[in-house]
Write a protein that binds this ligand. Structure first.
Ligand SMILES: NC(=O)c1ccc[n+]([C@@H]2O[C@H](COP(=O)([O-])OP(=O)(O)OC[C@H]3O[C@@H](n4cnc5c(N)ncnc54)[C@H](OP(=O)(O)O)[C@@H]3O)[C@@H](O)[C@H]2O)c1
Length: 320
């Protein structure tokens, strides 16, 4: 099930592989071999869209592994990367100055062993650099043929507009899932109006909505999820009640919970693709299966009722 990316000539799968967990920086039990297998499995499961970033891995391991897997089949894969955010050890620093974006893009191309990126996002707003300045650098990369289309991630509508005026956007990348839906009131309508693709991250709420974390799961210190409010206290309990509802609906629908959640996500107005992270090959094979799940009217009503029972949930604005 391929969808047009904005008004570009690119067609992407409605489920993409999010290539953050494969670095193992905040995800436990990740090995290089398992990660290479995960990327290969994604491409063998009908996914043609890979989402990575300059900052994924201490030294760009995510891009390096993708480069290894796509060698020999570059033309059939849509590769998206991001710049303007880099790692200093385990922490992240903003730097979206034009010269930095150009240098990082060139480094990403070397790591990916390719001479073009299909989509290049500004990773996040830099408080010291106006979005229009970063946009100028992306426009230059497009003119040089190093990048095919422009994107922006974690920007609000005003910042998106400023970027778009200098370098027309093909895609935006905000966070979005069944329980964190703020973008429906501003970013999504703006993108629909401007024919810009919306590629969403955290569609499984970092694994919570895959339905396999038990209610008494103890998060280890090294697990990046421990710090987020939706994995703590009352929010965790309410989210687990919600997942129990989803399990019943998924069972009636003949699919897994992760497939129910992703099938729902990719049918929401304006949503082009769900960027699904995975640390194992079986996980992405499972979520890729969502592309062939047709949700019945009854399942959709039951999901609405479960959402109403769950009520408003906490969100977040930080970048990971
Ligand atoms: N632009 C940005 O600032 C930004 C920020 C964050 C992410 N992203 C992008 O969006 C992608 C998605 O975000 P994410 O990877 O953080 O979160 P996610 O897709 O919501 O969740 C991924 C996690 O869910 C679990 N999982 C996945 N499939 C599963 C399955 N079938 N069954 C059970 N568990 C499953 C795995 O964790 P466990 O097995 O450990 O439970 C996996 O690491 C990233 O990979 C990245 O490409 C972008």
């Amino acid at each position: 099930m391929l969808r047009r990316l904005g008004t570009s000539e690119l067609f992407v799968s409605s489920v993409a592989l999010g290539c953050w967990p494969i670095t193992g920086l905040t995800t436990l039990d990740v090995t290089r071999d398992a990660s290479l297998k995960t990327i290969r499995s994604a491409l063998d499961s009908g996914i043609n869209f890979l989402d990575t970033a300059y900052a994924y891995g201490i030294e760009g391991e995510s891009e390096q592994m993708i480069g290894e897997v796509i060698a020999g089949r570059r033309e059939s894969v849509i590769v998206a990367s991001k710049g303007g955010l880099h790692r200093e050890g385990r922490s992240q620093q903003h730097d979206a100055r034009p010269e930095t974006l150009i240098r990082e893009c060139e480094e990403s191309l070397r790591r990916l062993k390719t001479d073009y990126l299909d989509l290049y996002y500004l990773h996040a707003p830099d408080p010291l650099v106006p979005p229009a300045e970063s946009a100028g650098a992306v426009a230059q990369l497009i003119q040089q043929g190093k990048v095919r289309t422009a994107g922006a991630s974690n920007l609000n509508v005003r910042q998106l507009q400023q970027f778009h005026e200098v370098c027309p956007l093909t895609a935006v990348q905000p966070h979005y899932n069944m329980l964190q839906r703020e973008i429906e009131s501003d970013i999504v309508p703006w993108c629909i109006q401007n024919q810009i693709a919306v590629c969403v991250y955290w569609p499984l709420m970092k694994g919570l909505l895959a339905g396999k974390l038990s209610r008494n799961h103890q998060f280890q210190e090294a697990d990046g999820r421990k710090k987020y409010p939706m994995f703590q206290g009352q929010e965790w309990e309410k989210n687990q009640d919600f997942v129990d509802d989803l399990k019943r609906i998924a069972c009636e629908s003949g699919c897994d919970v992760s497939q129910l959640v992703i099938a729902w996500t990719i049918r929401q107005p304006g949503i082009t693709s769900a960027l699904c992270g995975a640390k194992r090959d079986w996980q992405i094979r499972e979520t890729a299966g969502a592309m062939s799940v047709q949700l019945s009217e009854s399942a959709l009503h039951q999901i609405d009722a479960a959402l109403a029972r769950r009520g408003a949930s906490v969100s977040r604005s930080a970048v990971s």
